[in-house]
Design a protein around this ligand. Structure first.
Ligand code: FPP
Ligand code: MG
Length: 334
């Protein structure tokens, strides 16, 4: 990989600038959803939508959509982006309920603000609206891709719940979990971008694979940030995964390289992860086994694969920006 250590946030801002027209129209489509919603939902959606995320998925979609010879209309791109962002948001509203997270995007989570019952229904409404954003899309593949991505998100999240607290989680199951809960939506965004760009089936499959590798790397790094590894400007609480009994990649590397005594020591620390000082002890043991470094190397492997595909796309300033995004991903502070 090219030794590019640009900060991911800076690269992402540049990328958003390049597709700002499409992203501005996406905002409009999203806020129209709030405006058209019935009273009681409308105000809550306005509040939810104003907590803007990083727009990684829609930015990638726009960049790919612009990278071919066929330039799709901004309206088509904006509706597709709104579908992706709303599906993402619906999943986060539900994820925060499942994880019991208090803070998201620097503010109170939906369930903290309005209670669990209302937050479940707001998430449902946003999910339904995400599908409606693409219902009139001229390519029938786009609604199908979006709805299949929702299936995969749900399957990934259920798999994660089924394995919560399982100290014998395999690398294979961990891969399946993050492929489902994170990579599937980024892969869908990339595939939709490719469809809008007019790419053929083979190129669209390649773009989806590229998005998937990027998504897997993104989630591994997210899991590392939960331990505070590589974090700066972190606006999310640390050790949420540990507190929720989630076994992520650094622990898998530890368990793959420890004796029985070390395993039982770690298992009892994980069971007591809510106690003060315990997360720090876990971190020290993980560092002793280079578990964070190994996890980061795995993320870098996936980024290399994503980069290889990005470099084979038709050359353009949009493709260059995708390459920059992937190259700086491992330098992500939050
Ligand atoms: C965040 O992971 C969670 C996801 C990426 C997916 C959550 C999916 C669901 C709740 C099921 C799908 C729901 C709908 C409405 C389609 P994380 O908890 O590791 O990351 P975090 O630190 O951002 O919370
Ligand atoms: Mg979560």
């Amino acid at each position: 990989m090219a030794p590019n250590k640009a900060d991911f946030q800076t690269v992402l801002s540049q990328a958003r600038e390049l597709v700002k027209e499409q992203l501005a129209q996406t905002e409009k489509v999203i806020f129209d959803v709030a405006k058209k919603a019935p009273a009681g939902i409308s105000e809550r959606l306005e509040s939810l939508f104003s907590r803007k995320g990083k727009r990684i998925r829609s930015t990638l979609l726009c960049l790919i959509a612009q990278s071919g010879e066929q330039k799709p209309s901004s309206q088509r791109v904006a509706h597709a982006c709104a579908g992706i962002e709303l599906l993402h948001l619906a999943s986060l509203v539900h994820d925060d309920i499942i994880d019991g997270t208090d803070i998201r995007r620097g503010q109170k989570t939906a369930h903290k603000e309005w209670g669990t019952q209302v937050a479940v229904l707001i998430g449902d409404y946003v999910l339904s609206q995400s599908m409606q954003c693409v219902i009139d899309e001229e390519s029938h593949d786009i609604p199908t891709v979006l709805s299949k991505a929702a299936d995969k998100l749900i399957a990934g999240e259920i798999l994660e719940l089924d394995y919560t607290g399982d100290m014998h989680l395999s690398f294979e199951t961990y891969d399946k979990i993050i492929d489902g809960k994170t990579a599937s939506l980024i892969a869908a965004a990339a595939r939709i971008g490719a469809i809008l760009a007019g790419f053929d089936k083979e190129q669209a499959d390649q773009c989806a694979e590229m998005g998937s590798h990027f998504g897997i790397a993104f989630q591994i790094i997210d899991d590392l940030l939960d331990y505070g590894f590589g974090s700066k400007n972190l606006d999310k609480a640390k050790f949420t995964d540990l507190g929720n009994g989630l076994i992520t990649l650094p622990l898998l590397y530890y368990f793959a390289d420890c004796n029985e005594q070390e395993r039982s020591e770690m298992e009892s620390l994980i069971k007591n992860a809510e106690q003060a000082d315990v997360p720090e002890k876990i971190i020290a043991l993980l560092n002793n086994k280079d578990a964070f470094k190994k996890a980061k190397a795995k993320a870098q492997d996936h980024l290399e694969k994503a980069l290889e595909i990005a470099e084979s796309l038709p050359g353009s300033q949009f493709t260059d920006e995708i390459i920059q995004m992937f190259s700086s991903m491992d330098n992500r502070g939050n």
